[in-house]
Structure formats: C-alpha cells, structure tokens
Ligand binder design. Structure first.
Ligand SMILES: Nc1nc2c(ncn2[C@@H]2O[C@H](COP(=O)(O)OP(=O)(O)OP(=O)(O)O)[C@@H](O)[C@H]2O)c(=O)[nH]1
Ligand SMILES: [Mg+2]
Length: 453
C-alpha cells in the first residue's frame, strides 16, 4: 500500500537533500512534485490543496530555510501535516462502558463487511473480549452461511436462529443471547448494496435503534478510492458513522482514500484490512502509516507481528545465541517457520526501515520473494542430521551430496543455502537481532536480499 506515493515522495526528499541550499524556489518545486504525487495517489484535490498550502506556509519561512538542516525541517513539516490529515484518533475502538457493546458494520456490496466482522471478532478475542457475531443480511442468498463459516474459522460464536429472516429480530436476538451468555461485544454484519438506497438505509436505521449500536463502522474498499469516501459521507449523514475500516489495502490501492477520508468525512480510521486472511486486520496507527509513506519504515508494526509469532522467551534465547554467534541451521529453520507465521514476506519486508528503494528492486524480481522457496530451504535443512544442523562447518562435499539427494534438490541449492546462511549469520550479528531492529539499526540489505533468492 502507498507504494508509488511513497517512492515519489522519497524521490522528492532525495532531491531536496542533494540540491544544496534550500530557497523559496526549490521548496516550491518540491511542493509541486508532492502535489502531483498526492493527486496521483488519488487524494481528494481539496485535501491536497489545503495540505500544500499548510506545508508552504511553514516551509517558506526564513527560520526554516536558514536553519542548519533545512531539508530535514521540510521533511518534518510534511510529516507533521500528513499526521494532521488523520486527526488525533488512536485507531482501534474507543473506550465504552456499554455491555454488551454493539458494533455494526456498514458499507456497499463487496466492501468486506462479512470478512471484517470475523476479523474483528478474532481481534477482540485476542484483546481478551468475548464477542459474538450475527448476520442481518437476509437478502443475499448464502450471506448468513458465509458469516457462519468465517466466524467458525475465527473461533467466535455466531448467533444464527434458523429460519429467522427479519434483520432487526436477528440483531435483537443476538443481543439477548449475548446478555444471557456473558458476551461483552456483539458484532452485527449488515447487507450491502451496489448503490445507496432508501430501503437499505431504513433497514440499517431500524437495526441501529433496536440494538443501540455504540460503534457504526463504515467498511470501505480502499481500491475504490474517492468513491468509497463519497459513500462514507452519505452513510455518515444518514446513519451516523463512528469510524472507518479501510479494506483491501494490500491491493493496488493508491492510498488516497486513507489520506483523504478523515478530512472529507470527519470520522477517524479505526482499522485497516490488508488481506483475505483473518489475521489481516490492524488498528490504524497514523504515525506508523506516515512513517511508512515517508520511507521511515514501520518498525512498530513489524515488532508487533513478530511478537504475535514469537514468545518473549524464544526471542530472548535467540538474541543470546546471536550475540554468542551460536546461531545454527536449526535456529534458521525455526526462523523460517516463524517468518511464515508472520505473514506474506512482501508485507514484512515492506515494513523494514530504509528498505523502500530495495523493495522496488525486490518487486522487480518478484518471483524471488517466494514462499515456496522458503519451503524448499526448509526441506534441505530437514534432510540434515541434528549434528549438521548444529554445526554447519562439518557439512563437507560428501554430506552436501547426501543432503541434496535426501531433499530432492540439486547440490547447488544446498551450496547456495549454506552460503546464504553464513551471510545471514553475519547480518544478524551486526543487527543484534530484533532488538537491533527496534533501535532503528538498518539491516544489511544485500544479505537480506540474498536470503530471499
Ligand atoms: N485482498 C483483500 N481482500 C479482502 C479484504 N477484505 C475482504 N476481502 C475480500 O473481498 C471480498 C468481499 O468480502 P465480503 O466480506 O464478502 O464483503 P461484504 O461487504 O460482506 O459483501 P456483501 O455482503 O456482498 O455486501 C471477499 O472475497 C473477501 O475475501 C482485504 O482486506 N484484502
Ligand atoms: Mg457480507
């Protein structure tokens, strides 16, 4: 997400840095580029205009231009103003004392309401909540069944009275079951329409009133850009929206919707969906997104993902090993498994700081960031004996041949893997593991790229 915007802005900043002294003219040129980049990313034109005006006001200031680091000051101003576009909401759900708390998901057809319902159920469960799901989509055949299936995958209770085809009664029934059964959140999935129509709005109004919904989350398909924002505005006027969930941010959405929705509609972004899997939902953190857009990486999200996949204890053990240079092929295999648990490689790599440019190369060689390649590497390691996994230095030519045979790979693959492993050991040592990442040290890109080949 935001990839081309991010690339363009980073180019602008590089020009500012490389261009010697900053003058009003050079700032103006940079602003023109930034303006184009934002418009191309499909940011609402009014938002772009106001944004550029604010940045100009602050940047073309003698204090800034004459300061020791005018380039950095300008980047900081752009960063501040971009953050301001998101308002000061923290992402996720605001505090509420309502028990059960009812969350309604609204939106146009196919925007991701049902998927997001299940994702949200899973997320709330992870937060220690006890949520329940209910579908009120009685119109589309199989819609109720769809929620039952994804709800089960998410391990969340689904209220589903057989034969009940009144949307309001279905929602009210869920609320009653939640009260009796000690559930603290009810997530109401609603029907979608291709276009906003009065009948749908009346239905949503009736459900909202019957269950006293606390949260009305508008689910917007980020790929539809400014159209999504228009409908968000319309739903907000007619039903009242408390937050937006932007889905499909993993697709080739240009990101403009995210950058304009708060300014245009006036409601915060609560969550972002970045994939079809149930774990692909994150509370929206403006500071992280802005850092990512401006090429500062998204180390916090990365660390959170890593924490979900690795226990603190394992992480501490691993760090100790890396420090003592005891990192073995056995550990490497565990790491590969962990990385696979963290999600698609591209997503993870995109979050590493300072990697924007390298990511472009990687994208160009897309087939090289290949999940299957990781499985092949694992197969090779699996064919080694425990002793070999513990000490790669004993793996001589004879052993390499045996391992190749055992894993069904050519011997060159085994050689390549061993070479990469040695490189990676060096890189990890230099970084000091995840802790190094957290302190903002830059990973050695060539080693990292080698690993993905
Ligand atoms: N790539 C990607 N696909 C998503 C995301 N969220 C939902 N989808 C997909 O989008 C399609 C539609 O999702 P649904 O959850 O059925 O959408 P809906 O709003 O409930 O649709 P209706 O009930 O027909 O109005 C499905 O194929 C989902 O897998 C996301 O964040 N990323
Ligand atoms: Mg649905």
């Amino acid at each position: 997400m935001f990839e081309s915007l991010s690339n363009r802005l980073q180019d602008v900043f590089r020009d500012i840095r490389g261009g010697g002294r900053l003058t009003e003219e050079t700032v103006e040129l940079a602003l023109r580029e930034i303006r184009m980049a934002l418009l191309e990313a499909d940011v609402n034109f009014k938002v772009v205009k106001a944004f550029i005006d604010r940045v100009r006001d602050r940047a073309v200031d003698q204090e800034v231009l004459k300061s020791l680091t005018p380039d950095q000051q300008v980047v900081r101003i752009v960063r501040d103003e971009m953050l301001a576009l998101f308002g000061d909401a923290q992402g996720g759900l605001p505090q509420s004392t309502e028990r059960p708390r009812v969350i309604m998901l609204l939106g146009l057809q196919g925007s991701g309401k049902t998927t997001t319902s299940a994702k949200l159920g899973r997320w709330l469960t992870k937060q220690g909540k006890h949520p329940m799901l209910v579908s009120t989509d009685v119109r589309r055949p199989a819609a109720i069944q769809q929620l039952a299936v994804v709800g089960k995958q998410a391990g969340v209770r689904v209220h589903d009275p057989a034969g009940e085809m009144d949307p309001v009664k279905r929602a009210a029934g869920a609320l009653a079951e939640a009260k009796n059964g000690g559930f603290d959140v009810v997530i109401v999935d609603t029907a979608g329409r291709l276009h906003i129509d009065d009948e749908l709005m009346a239905e949503l109004q009736a459900i909202k009133a019957a269950v006293k919904a606390v949260d009305l989350l508008f689910v917007a398909d980020a790929m539809t850009g400014q159209d999504a924002i228009k409908s968000a505005g319309e739903f907000n006027r007619q039903i009242g929206v408390t937050g937006v969930v932007l889905t499909k941010m993993d697709g080739d959405a240009r990101g403009g919707a995210a950058l304009s929705v708060v300014s245009v509609v006036g409601v915060p972004i609560a969550f972002v969906g970045s994939g079809e899997r149930l774990q692909d939902l994150e509370p929206f953190h403006a500071d992280r997104v802005v850092s990512r857009v401006l090429g500062m990486g998204d180390v916090l999200s990365l660390i959170e993902k890593a924490e979900e996949a690795v226990s603190m204890e394992d992480a501490a053990k691993l760090e100790e090993k890396i420090r003592r240079d005891d990192f073995t092929l056995e550990d490497f295999r565990d790491q590969l498994r962990t990385i696979r648990k963290m999600g698609p490689l591209e997503q993870i790599i995109g979050m590493l700081p300072g990697i924007g440019g390298a990511m472009r190369d990687l994208k160009a060689q897309k087939d090289q960031i290949d999940e299957r390649q990781m499985l092949r590497v694992e197969a090779i390691i699996n064919s080694m004996t425990a002793k070999e996994r513990g000490n790669h230095q004993i793996i001589n030519g004879q052993r390499r041949k045996r391992i190749a045979k055992g894993s069904g790979m050519p011997v060159e693959e085994v050689n390549k893997l061993l070479k990469q492993f040695v490189q990676m050991k060096k890189m990890l040592k230099a970084m000091g593991g995840m802790a190094g990442l957290a302190k903002g040290k830059r990973p050695n890109l060539s080693a990292l790229k080698g690993l993905m080949r």
